[in-house]
Design a protein around this ligand. Sequence first.
Ligand code: UD1
Length: 379
Amino acid sequence: MKVLVVAGARPNFMKVAPILAALAREGHRAVLVHTGQHYDASMSDAFFSDLGLPQPDHHLGVGSGSHAVQTARVMEAFEPVLREAAPDWVVVVGDVNSTLACSLVAAKLRPELGCRIAHVEAGLRSGDWRMPEEVNRVLTDRLADLLLTPSRDAHPNLAAEGIDPCRVVFVGNVMIDSLFAQLPAARALDVPRTLGLERGRYAVVTLHRPSNVDDPDALAAVFAALEKVAEDLPVVFPLHPRTRLRAEEFGLQGKLARVRTTLPLGYREMVSLVEGAGAVLTDSGGLQEETTALGIPCVTLREQTERPVTVAQGTNRLAPWPLTADGVYLAFRGALARGRHPAGTVVEGWDGQAAERIAAALAEAGSGAALAGAAAADG
Ligand code: UD1
């Protein structure tokens, strides 16, 4: 079986690493395509080395742009690569622009090449169509032949959209495979000690969603909340390039006087920092999951989450919406008071074995004969 695996942006790399390893163990041929949606050393290269990812077979080098430009560039560059590779499967992960762009190209070439599309992390829904990721999720799921879900709550979402349950397989959360695999090395790094921080006595923040960082009022409110938190205990805030850019544009960077901002961290550094934190404040999907698996209290700076299992069974809570300095601060105090869950929180299928189940699901569905036409037959 020949499997083409697509990665484009930072949150994709920790999902594809265990999949590539599982495919290799099972003796399948894999082709790794990096679209280049994220290209800075800190957003891409650092993850390849931390996760032991092989060099990509193809690098599309698309870079930044508007959603239309970025998506179109990926599509244009991916088409000849897909034709040349002619795989049995195209595996896309997550919800970034590269995920949708490559699915769309594969769907158009599917009748000609006989390739099939598998979507890893299928079925997550925020219900918020203003989020570019929601558009990417819904459309990718509609195009995929095989929908591999990270949690059981994804299944009713897909059923509600009329997707044939024959195409849907529960595999669990592959991001947690990388987390568990890298945890010993991350612990050995001991980033908190390097930064002079006391375990459990500091907060970690990440922020990059357009709804938070592209809106000057929302960004100012979060920054004010972080300054209040930083009066209580140290706050470490690795700045996403988008957030750094917007803070400069809005003249807000001076507003983080007490907060320790850093460049984006590598995967192991980030896991090490988060694992020692007293609480995490974030708008990232991945961190909601990682804190749940590690048992670290998390406040999600979003109106809703497409990962409700992290709230229902995990350590996550949503900050009151719309975000205000006081609301975020009080949510943080509540999370900190609740404390860590020492053994982590066990969610079904978040066990470090999801990639094995993904490889098995691909092999079982074969080169596509069983699923042929399934996508077309829906609805
Ligand atoms: C993207 C994903 C989002 C994911 C996030 C994680 C989409 C629609 N969004 O958002 O789901 O959670 O990645 O990081 O695909 N930039 C750099 N260097 C880089 C990459 C980006 O400087 O290596 C800057 C560029 O100025 C760019 C901005 O960051 O305009 C945003 O990058 P982009 O990939 O468009 O979206 P993200 O906000 O990173």
